[in-house]
Design a protein around this ligand. Structure first.
Ligand code: NDP
Ligand code: KPL
Length: 324
């Protein structure tokens, strides 16, 4: 590990882009840290909204560490004015509890970027917002929160958003940074394709406590194939233009991935945190019930994931050690 830490502070006036945007990051974990780094990189005024004090933010990537010293707010009561951009990256189940932050940070011209898995960003988060515009975002990265304020970025830099004014504005906000924003004309299909990725890997890694290499097992791959086949039928009923070929394409995505790659759900399981079962498998089962489509494998997986909630901390090592 080269200690090439660059202790960067807020950009000096001379470096600010033409109109430096006020950006708040709520949920300064794995994804939030990467977005905070990118917004800082682009010269915007970034504030980290945390519930525990944070002296600096370290992002580790390709053996190099970058340490950022950014303004931190530890309570919604300290928020003096709404921001231009609120980058929301808490886990889904924690979002309602961040309501006071959301209300203090958003005004009529705020764009709230929901950097969370799933296909129901509007249904979940829209009712929490009194002001501002919600922009759902699909995050194609793998990053792990090693400790509070220290994140390892393993792979991926793409964030997909719906095509439109807000999506174009986000792409402009982060242009030239580590994060690449793509605008999707058919966001429903894009969101379901990302859900297929999460469905294939997140539950099975969390239940087996193994990294994505577990999907290389023929029996687990066959189980994932069945889970995905059910989900494709449900996604089609929900208006996504999925095809049978999406099943193998999703499985091939993980064949190409390093077997020691993790998932956010595995990280939560290893850390003894709640997992986002309702966001991922729960979304498929709920939609299937709306359309009367049988999804026995997803329903069984959901029951097992929900049972983890009763188990509390699993008492396993807090960081993954290359299990796979
Ligand atoms: N990690 C990854 O590789 C990927 C994650 N995603 C998705 O991105 C989203 C974020 O995931 P991820 O970054 O991994 O999550 P993390 O668990 O790493 O980070 C979540 C952060 O939210 C903070 N938080 C929770 N509640 C509050 C609150 N009330 N006020 C302030 N901060 C709060 C937590 O703070 P505290 O430390 O105090 O608990 C934590 O720092 C999820 O929907 C996930 O599924 C998608 C693709 C990849
Ligand atoms: C990394 C990836 C793509 C794997 O499902 C993900 O979205 C997650 O971990 O939640």
């Amino acid at each position: 590990m080269t200690e090439s830490t660059t202790a960067e502070t807020s950009p000096r006036a001379a470096q600010l882009p033409e109109r430096a945007q006020r950006v708040a990051v709520l949920g300064v974990g794995a994804v939030g840290a990467l977005l905070a780094e990118a917004a800082h990189q682009a010269g915007h005024r970034v504030t980290l909204c945390v519930r525990r004090p944070l002296d600096s933010l370290t992002v580790e990537r390709d053996g190099r560490r970058r340490r950022l010293c950014l303004p931190v707010t530890t309570s919604p009561d300290m928020v003096s004015a709404p921001v231009d951009w609120l980058l929301l990256a808490t886990k889904a189940q924690d979002t309602p509890r961040a309501l006071t932050w959301l209300r203090r940070l958003t005004g009529p011209s705020t764009t709230v970027v929901a950097l969370q898995n799933g296909v129901d960003h509007h249904e979940r988060i829209g009712p929490l917002l009194a002001l501002g515009e919600l922009l759902p975002a699909l995050v194609y990265v793998s990053a792990e929160r090693l400790t509070h304020g220290h994140v390892r970025h393993r792979w991926g830099r793409r964030v997909a958003v719906p095509a439109g004014e807000a999506g174009t504005a986000l792409a402009r906000l982060l242009a030239g940074t580590e994060v690449e924003v793509t605008c999707e004309r058919d966001f429903t299909t894009a969101a379901w394709r990302k859900l297929l990725i999460n469905l294939a890997a997140n539950p099975l890694t969390a239940l087996t406590l193994r990294r994505v290499g577990v999907l290389h097992r023929p029996d687990v791959r066959e189980l994932a194939r069945g889970i995905l086949t059910e989900a494709v039928l449900v996604g089609q009923a929900e208006g996504a233009r999925l095809e049978v070929g999406d099943v193998e394409q999703t499985l091939d995505f993980f064949t190409a991935m390093h077997p020691h790659s993790g998932t956010s759900m595995l990280q939560d399981r290893m850390a003894g945190r709640a997992v986002e079962h309702d966001l991922i498998t729960g979304a498929v089962v709920r939609a299937a019930d709306r359309h009367g489509i049988p999804v026995p494998l997803n329903r069984a997986v959901l029951a097992l994931l929900r049972a983890l909630d009763d188990g509390g901390s699993v008492g396993v090592q807090s960081t993954l050690t290359g299990v796979g």
